[in-house]
Design a protein around this ligand. Sequence first.
Ligand SMILES: [Mn+2]
Length: 317
Amino acid sequence: METDFINAKKLIEQARKILLSMHERMDGDDGGSLLAFTHFLESQDKQVTAVIKYGVPEALKFLPGSGKIQDSVPQPNNYDLLITFGCSNKERSGLDEIVSLDIPSINIDHHPDNTFFGKVNLVDKTKSSVAELVYDFFNFCQWPITQDIAACLLTGIITDTGSFMHANTQSSTLMAAADLMHKGARTNKITRHTFKNKKPQVLKAWARAMENSRFDPSSRIISAAITEEDLLDLGELPKSAFEGFVETLNTMPEARFALFIRQDGAVIKGSLRSDTHKDVDVSKIARLFGGGGHKLAAGFSLNGKISRKLSGELQIS
Ligand SMILES: [Mn+2]
């Protein structure tokens, strides 16, 4: 990794106009990491453009610098370096302008299915989060971590570890978090915005999904679903309404893993979670449906419809 860090640092020092992007639909980890870079690069008088498909979700607008993020690439031919966060491949950005961009790139990720598409690849699947990897990189480069950068990176660590509850939390993760707090980031502010932000209609939607859940004792799978009818019934919900739901399903000790599927237009979105001691690789299951992810947290989307049979049983067609 040290050589990769040196090479990444060189590329950044040489570049003047830098484009930052991540996978579509901003999350706390890759979004926080991207903003940490934005703050540092701007302090170095680089020209920085930050683009994320679908922009910034409500819950992450508290992140310093989030107002700078755009949802499309303003001048596709005007950059000399691309840095991506949490993209296994360029397509994950969801932005054609980035997929077709032919300039040097730094690929920063911790997904095990990363394709190493960058000129330099900072990819470490053992890291709790991209933010922890970025924290290591900043320290390696001896770049200053300001209070704003600390807040962005700690948000990445907290969201990807489920507030330090998931198995990816290591002693290095906690040491990084402690140092980021020491530099001015606040865990309670971050959890307030990212975990303790449920609106009444979201809690109702969780109740419906919970009601639809069932545990199969023979396979020891807990699953839940939200159909189109449920969504019509529940009324308008924010895009992030079910974020964290599958983790809650996965708190059942008897279950080997949790599966949550929900209708999203013509697409069925699936998420899977497990725990280390349960010895299941849910990314293998996600891959069966064309998705991917980590051993303990994975997802997929496929075309289809979830419907409820007269018996109340759910089926996919
Ligand atoms: Mn991540």
